[in-house]
Design a protein around this ligand. Structure first.
Ligand SMILES: Nc1nc2c(c(=O)[nH]1)N[C@H]1C(S)=C(S)[C@@H](COP(=O)(O)O)O[C@H]1N2
Ligand SMILES: [Mo]
Length: 333
């Protein structure tokens, strides 16, 4: 199991709930709940002009397995990200998670997902589009799956390097054809109190909602992830499909997406609803803009001791800075 500093502050929800540690629960239950429908991702070569952070997969096999399996992991396109940082281990990615529909604890989330039905699954895509469509998981896996090694920085001050499998959200949006009025994209996760225990509490305004500006959603770095380490996503990491927006704080990367809607107005996310001054719409990673209750200058990389400097736009500045010309980054967006 991953070594976690038990004293780590969890400011994101400190005011919501006292930390509850669920000890002795492994990943076996989560593994058993894995959906088995994912196809092996196909190999793909990098599109011309692809941004530097993109790593391209050599067709890893998406074999559903419990995370604690000793079976060798599929071959990945790289053992480090393009900055030379090591990948976070699969057990660490699967055992240290934020999935508040299940618990406010980061550990033991997998064991609470046994009732969570991730198959069959569909994602309803509609709103201001010419061709609304409900996608089955099989249809979503029909988009060419690529490997993307991204850094993930939680607003609480910890980070990981994750080899995702997925495809650009832009490809799906192009298929449904947003109309000229569409300016934002709104994402919704399930509301299933019978399957997601924490939804029986009203400490957060369920369901989990997130949003992006249309140009952010169309950016090549923005993906819908269906797996990681060459395997289908574990429930605790957002099975069967989640958003990943690597230059924003982790809470923007909504897990287990069931609905995608093109809209004219800025969507109000769950976190904007809960604490608008603390978790804004943009939530771009920025070491110079402190959260109202803590600094964002440094972060703790899971698996490392000590802290490292947080980078502007989580190091994706070259790729995304142009999206924010004219926007005051000195404010907490
Ligand atoms: N539906 C849903 N999506 C979610 C969350 C959540 O609680 N529910 N937590 C967010 C937060 S705060 C973070 S940091 C990332 C964590 O992703 P990981 O647990 O796979 O590392 O997921 C985000 N997506
Ligand atoms: Mo987070």
């Amino acid at each position: 199991m991953v070594e976690i500093d038990r004293s780590e502050i969890t400011p994101e929800h400190l005011y919501l709930s006292r930390r509850r540690f669920i000890k002795g629960l492994g990943l076996a239950a989560a593994g058993a709940a894995l959906q088995a429908c994912a196809r092996a991702p196909t190999a793909t070569s990098a599109p011309t002009g692809a941004p530097a952070p993109m790593a391209t997969a050599a067709a890893p096999a998406a074999t559903p397995q419990a995370a604690e399996d000793t079976a060798p992991l599929p071959t990945l396109s790289a053992e480090a990200d393009e900055l030379g940082d090591e990948l976070t281990t699969l057990p660490a990615i699967g055992s240290y998670t934020n999935y508040y529909e299940f618990t406010f604890s980061k550990e033991g989330v997998g064991a609470l997902t046994t009732d969570f039905e991730t198959a069959p699954w569909s994602v309803e895509v509609g709103g201001l589009v010419k061709s609304p469509k409900t996608y089955s998981m099989q249809a979503l896996l029909g988009f060419t799956q690529q490997e993307r090694i991204y850094r993930m920085r939680c607003v609480e001050g910890w980070s990981m390097v994750i080899p995702w499998i997925g495809f650009p959200l832009a490809e799906l949006l192009a298929e449904v054809e947003p109309t000229a009025e569409a300016q934002y994209v709104r994402f919704e996760a399930p509301y299933r109190p019978d399957q997601m225990p924490n939804q029986n509490s009203d400490q957060l305004p369920w369901p989990y909602i997130e949003g992006l500006r249309l140009d952010e959603a169309m950016h090549d770095l923005t993906i819908l992830a269906t797996g990681l380490y060459g395997r289908p996503l574990l429930p605790q990491n957002g099975a069967p499909i989640r958003l990943v927006v690597p230059w924003k704080y982790g809470f923007k990367s909504i897990k287990s997406v069931v609905k995608i809607e093109l809209v004219t107005e800025m969507p109000i996310s769950l976190w904007m609803n809960q604490a608008p001054r603390e978790y804004g719409f943009y939530a771009n990673v920025n070491p110079d803009v402190p959260h109202p209750r803590w600094s964002q200058a440094t972060e703790r990389r899971i698996g490392e001791s000590g802290r490292r400097k947080t980078l502007l736009f989580n190091s994706y500045e070259e790729e995304v800075a142009s999206l924010y010309e004219g926007l005051d980054l000195a404010e907490w967006y």
